[in-house]
Design a protein around this ligand. Sequence first.
Ligand code: ADP
Ligand code: MG
Length: 253
Amino acid sequence: MGLGIVNLMENIVPSLEERLDKAEKALERSERMAVASRYASAIMHEVNNPLEAITNLIYLTKLERHDPQQVLDNMTVVEEQLKSLGKVTSKALTFHREQSEAKDHDLVEIAETALKLHSDRLSRHGISVTRRYRGPAMAFVFGSEILQVVSNLLLNAAEVLERGQGRICVSVKSCPNSMHMTITDNGPGIPDRFATRLFEPYLTSKVSGTGLGLWLSSRIIEKHRDTLRFRTSRREGKTGTTFRISLPLATKA
Ligand SMILES: Nc1ncnc2c1ncn2[C@@H]1O[C@H](COP(=O)(O)OP(=O)(O)O)[C@@H](O)[C@H]1O
Ligand SMILES: [Mg+2]
């Protein structure tokens, strides 16, 4: 009888262990799948930006076809965007690996490139853009990634602005210990329930939003060991939102 129980236990115990082991493996697999699908959506988001930019540039080039210099300038930006698409695909193959290096970049140039990339969208929405560029603008950054952040912030602003009444101000200024770039809009502001978790993935108020733009952006700025902050107001007559990116100063003065 006693022996019978021992035999029984021996049969049960290994099978329990086996089952636990299996469950653990399944969990691990589903964890890996979740991470992979998160990266897949992030990468889709990164592919969409250059695609949209290239579409815009083709449209612009058709309009500006009589100005050879302009056509050439546009093609140079198309080339850069195609390169960054290529980088995204290679990133898709090796998720985490870092490919580019931080270098000294002109933030005004990055801001202007982003504005140019989305000029079609901005003008279609009747948005007026002001620039405030003060002092030196060099920062030590991963250039294409900062371009991605500025693009995300500009598109987010454009998406909340009312047709014909929208204003966006882009500023770049140098501070004693860092460079600051801000993007301000006079949109409706961010409701509290969103503002408290704005940088979480998948948080979106849009029907076809991914909720990944700000999450990605904050990760990019974190990688620079700097900050992405925002201030927002929903006060009647004074609504709007400002995002401020702080970035490391250039290595060469
Ligand atoms: N400038 C802004 N003004 C008002 N709301 C904003 C602004 N920028 C972002 N948001 C809010 O934050 C949410 C998350 O933005 P984001 O991460 O870029 O994802 P998505 O644009 O795909 O929704 C948006 O859906 C929107 O509700
Ligand atoms: Mg967005």
